[in-house]
Design a protein around this ligand. Structure first.
Ligand code: ANZ
Length: 961
């Protein structure tokens, strides 16, 4: 079995070369410089004012705010896969510091969340204790990597000083409404004033004065951007908590524990993110984000243009949402979601005339059929209900509706493929042109009528088709009624025409529908931010005044949710906070003129997304006790600029898995704060970059169980564990797969600079790559050669000479400078390292002492990537200060252009001219240059050209006509 130190070629030579760069030397250098940086405040980014104000010269430089998605402090600590992004932003931030920027780079912790709470439930230990221990452990792991963070700006979301402002933002959102006219959030007080003055009509038609306090609260609840409402959620009495859809199995039980899950209406807090759907979509266009992430956000928001159309039935109307109003003449039946409230109103006593046997599901009356079907549908998840491939089910409600375009009576069904939560929860079915409707119509023997002319040869008799025909690029047919005809129009024109007609008749209108739902914002948990909300005797919600923030988490005896009889659907969750009666029931003077009163506190907590919705802002002004962030400081770091019309962080790096939730929520909060005038940036993150994952080999024995990767022996390309052959595959890195490698292990073996270089050299940053401990040594050797080019390994003396470098070295140097600059700016760290390596190898091969200007430039080039060794060599080269704020070298263009080669130009096989051209010249370019040459023009003497043979860069052969 090979251990790591046996593969380390550095170990044996230490005696002969006492001043060689070894792991021990690296460890000493790194610890020393890390201490220096901390004591010196090397990475402190000055603010233009306030407690973090500093060096005005640095403040006057252009700014760069470079940020990582902050980590959850897991008790397991970091493995080498975690810091990939942190190292990348650090290299970039260091490069920006060396190219004339004031750089803000720091890291905090996203520290509320389930794992610590679960641990608390099991052990009784306060989640704060375990979370803080995990944070401290992670901090020391990160420090070892030499990350240039401004530590004064770090915080954790669980710090009361931080969550005070999370609560404050919640109150801003609670106390505002979205003005559709102004297209922005405004204080709710302005809405109240408009109701009071009569400038705006109060919904319900009564005057504001005439409403009771509770009635007013209800009206305002319909407007507030944060509002409590009764929403159907997955309630699992056996676990004592509500569950997300993803946590419920196909047969309606909890994934964890296998308890029954019920749809229960519970009072929950919601955020009206849907008010911002359009702006969230529009502003994406100006963000510098990966297209794939933008697309995911667009799909998640799901904007659909279509129409609402009323279908009369029994004196009521079924309103449908359709994106294909042009196909109204092809609607041959309708479908309501089983939960649709009209269903109860409609069910007649008996099956009407015209009912097919297959429509009844074998039930004696519509009421029976509907009740049975509703019960069945309630046990399925939305995802299952929408599954494309499955057989369509449903029952007839016993009523017919009128198709408004042609007066036709069409049957109304309930079926689970129509969801209550989308559009209006009702559809007009056009089986000829919608796949799901087609399958349903076939199963229920319903007419299928072609109204869009097929572009293939299937003909217009839809009863003979095998599937629906759907196209936006076709003509409408069979679509004329008494006073409207769409025949012959294209889809787009037909949509416009029919929408106009519906509008003129008052039975429909063009509308935009969004897939996005409001954000369910409360959790029945302990380890989250308490809501700064209290309820009075009438159950009306009141904000706590700012002076009462932060509202700290109370101590509780027991962190676990209360569980109930698993089959008792009528129970309700009991939140851990509700158990502290002294905390819940309070007498407070809210400063609203009503004096001290009894209140009950809200006992839900915020979801763990809350803290990450705005943390970029707090990095800017982390100790401000008066304001979330000082506006001048916010403007300085985040404000709009040329090319960044909405402002935002200059670079935000993290995993692609955060495409929708976090990145959408954070954008939403930014926009509310922007609308209310608290910040100048309407977007949090201007440029987003997704780093790839570090994968690792997993070794599995014959039973498929992972075996420890460190105990693997490799022989002739096969892998063995305790003599037994095992299989190797690529997977995630982690404890459970027994293949985690810690950064400490690599630092100990080679040093942090080697680890940094290796992670950056593994491949392009956005591509996933397999970790290979044995390959790390390659970067270690690079650093050893670099060291050797400057320091004598035997004496420790600097070998650099004060001399002018030769021409080839100058060319190698300036090409490297030019390339590395471009690569670092473009986040191409792997190719930057390749260029540094090439230059270093050139110096090694050239032999002899290195000229000082070359040695210094080389050290500066590697500074962002391997900062500790760079500091040390910089010091050895005779400089006193830190290398961190030195200027990055600038290439001399004279040495960057390629050398030229001589091209021979022949006319009729005779050499007529010699041209000095770039070795990279193209055939076309070379031909042009050759034909324009004076001597060639003279040799041709006006003759036409039959043929030109070009072999760039060395030969052009011209055959005259
Ligand atoms: C008639 C029609 C004809 C439709 C046709 C489609 C094709 P997107 O684009 O995703 O917004 N629909 C509307 N509400 C629904 C609900 N609650 N559950 C299930 N389906 C629903 O989809 C809009 C289309 O999905 C609507 O347009 C409606 O079917 C269906 F040839 O109306 B369509």
């Amino acid at each position: 079995m090979r251990t790591m130190s046996e593969t380390n070629p550095a170990a044996p030579a230490e005696v002969a070369a006492p001043h060689r760069y070894t792991a021990a030397v690296a460890a000493e250098i790194e610890a020393r410089w890390q201490d220096f940086w901390d004591a010196d405040g090397t990475y402190a980014a000055p603010n233009p004012k306030g407690d973090l104000a500093g060096d005005p010269e640095l403040v006057a430089k252009p700014k760069k705010f470079i940020m990582d998605m902050f980590p959850y402090p897991s008790g397991a600590g970091l493995h080498v896969g975690h810091p990939l992004g942190y190292i990348a932003t650090d290299v970039f931030a260091r490069f920006q510091r060396m190219t004339g920027h004031n750089v803000l780079h720091t890291l905090g912790f996203d520290a509320f969340g389930l794992p610590a709470e679960q641990h608390a439930v099991q052990t009784g230990e306060h989640p704060r204790v375990t979370t803080e221990a995990a944070i401290n452990n992670m901090k020391s792991q990160l420090r070892r990597l030499g990350l240039g963070h401004d530590k004064r700006r770090s915080f954790a979301t669980i710090d009361p000083d931080y969550y005070k402002w999370t609560q404050w933002i919640f109150l801003q959102i609670f106390n505002s409404w979205y003005d559709d006219q102004a297209k922005k959030a405004r204080p709710i007080s302005e809405l109240v004033a408009a109701f009071e003055s009569g400038e705006r009509a109060v919904p319900g038609g009564r005057s504001w004065d005439a409403l009771s306090a509770a009635e007013r609260a209800d009206v305002l609840g319909e407007y507030r951007l944060a509002y409590a409402s009764e929403a159907p959620v997955n309630w699992c009495p056996g676990l004592g908590t509500v569950l997300a859809n993803e946590e419920v199995t196909a047969d309606g039980r909890s994934e964890r524990g296998n308890f029954p899950v019920f749809k229960a209406k519970l009072r929950q807090w919601n955020m009206r993110i849907t008010a911002y759907a359009d702006r969230l979509l529009d502003d994406l266009n100006e963000l510098d984000w990966p297209e794939a992430i933008k697309l995911q956000q667009r799909n998640w928001i799901g904007r659909s243009e279509g129409a609402r159309v009323d279908f009369p039935v029994d004196g009521e109307a079924i309103t449908v949402f359709t994106t294909r109003q042009d196909t109204l003449f092809g609607a041959t039946y309708m479908v309501l979601a089983p939960e649709h409230p009209l269903v109860e109103k409609f069910t007649p006593q008996e099956w009407p005339e015209g009912t097919h046997d297959v429509w009844t599901g074998g039930h004696a009356t519509p009421a029976e059929a509907v009740a049975a079907y509703r019960a069945q549908a309630a046990s399925k998840s939305d995802v299952e209900r929408q599954a494309e491939a499955k057989d369509k089910t449903g029952v007839f409600t016993g009523v017919f509706a009128t198709n408004p375009v042609n007066g036709e009576q069409i049957p109304v069904f309930i079926a689970d493929y129509v969801l209550m939560g989308y559009g209006t929860g009702a559809i007009m079915a056009v089986p000829a042109h919608d796949t799901r409707d087609f399958a349903f119509a076939r199963a229920f023997e319903l007419p299928i009528r072609c109204v869009v002319e097929p572009s293939d040869d299937r003909g217009t008799d839809a009863s003979t088709w095998d599937d629906a025909f759907s196209s936006y690029d076709a003509k409408i047919v069979n679509s004329h009624g008494e006073d409207v005809s769409l025949d012959g129009l294209g889809v787009t024109e037909a949509k416009a025409r029919i929408t106009e007609w519906l509008q003129s008749k008052g039975i429909g209108e063009g509308t935009v529908n969004f897939r996005l739902r409001d954000w369910l914002f409360s959790r029945q948990r302990y380890w989250g931010e308490p809501f700064p909300i209290v309820y009075d005797e009438d159950g009306i919600a009141h904000s706590l005044p700012e002076s009462m923030l932060p509202l700290e988490l109370p101590e509780v005896e027991d962190y676990s949710p209360r569980t109930f009889d698993p089959d008792d659907a009528d129970t309700e969750p009991e939140t851990p906070l509700s158990r502290n009666e002294d905390w819940v029931n309070v007498t407070l003077d809210l400063g609203d003129g009503r004096g001290p009163r009894r209140y009950r506190r809200e006992t839900n907590t915020m979801p763990n997304w809350a803290g990450s919705c705005w943390y970029e802002l707090r990095y800017l002004d982390p100790h401000n006790s008066e304001q979330l962030v000082d506006p001048e400081i916010e403007q300085y770091w985040m404000g709009p600029r040329a090319g960044q019309p909405h402002g935002g962080v200059d670079l935000y790096v993290g995993g692609a898995e955060h495409a929708v939730l976090h990145l959408l929520y954070a954008r939403f909060w930014s926009k509310v704060l922007y609308d209310l005038g608290h910040v100048s940036s309407a977007e949090p993150f201007h440029k987003l970059y997704n780093q790839g994952m570090i994968q690792a080999f997993v070794y599995r024995d014959s039973r498929g169980f992972p075996v420890p990767a460190t105990e693997i022996e490799e022989r002739d390309g096969a892998f063995f564990h305790n003599g037994e052959q095992v299989k190797r595959e690529l997977g995630k890195m982690g404890k459970s797969l027994k293949n985690a490698v810690t950064p400490e292990a690599i630092c100990e073996e080679y040093g942090a600079d080697t680890l940094r270089l290796y992670e950056m050299a593994m491949g392009p940053l956005d591509v996933s790559r397999p970790w290979d401990t044995r390959a790390v040594v390659g970067q270690y050797r690079l650093l050893q050669r670099l060291w050797r080019n400057i320091v004598d390994e035997a004496t420790g003396e600097v070998t650099v000479v004060d001399a002018e470098p030769d021409e080839t070295t100058l060319r190698a140097l300036h090409k490297a400078i030019d390339g590395v600059r471009q690569d670092l700016e473009g986040l191409r760290f792997n190719t930057a390292i390749a260029k540094v390596t090439e230059l270093n190898n050139h110096l090694t091969k050239a032999g002899g002492p290195v000229a000082r200007p070359v040695a210094e430039a080389l050290v500066l080039l590697i500074t962002p990537l391997a900062p500790h060794i760079a500091e040390e060599l910089w010091r050895k080269l005779g400089h006193t200060g830190s290398v961190v704020h030195q200027d990055f070298p600038v290439a001399d263009p004279r040495y960057v252009v390629d050398e030229t080669v001589t091209c021979v130009v022949q006319v009729k096989g005779k050499v007529k001219a010699r041209l000095e051209v770039s070795p990279a010249i193209s055939d076309d370019e070379l031909e042009k240059v050759a034909l324009a040459d004076e001597k060639v023009v003279a040799a041709l003497d006006g003759a036409g050209i039959r043929k030109v043979i070009v072999r760039a860069p060395k030969l052009v052969n011209i055959v005259p006509a």
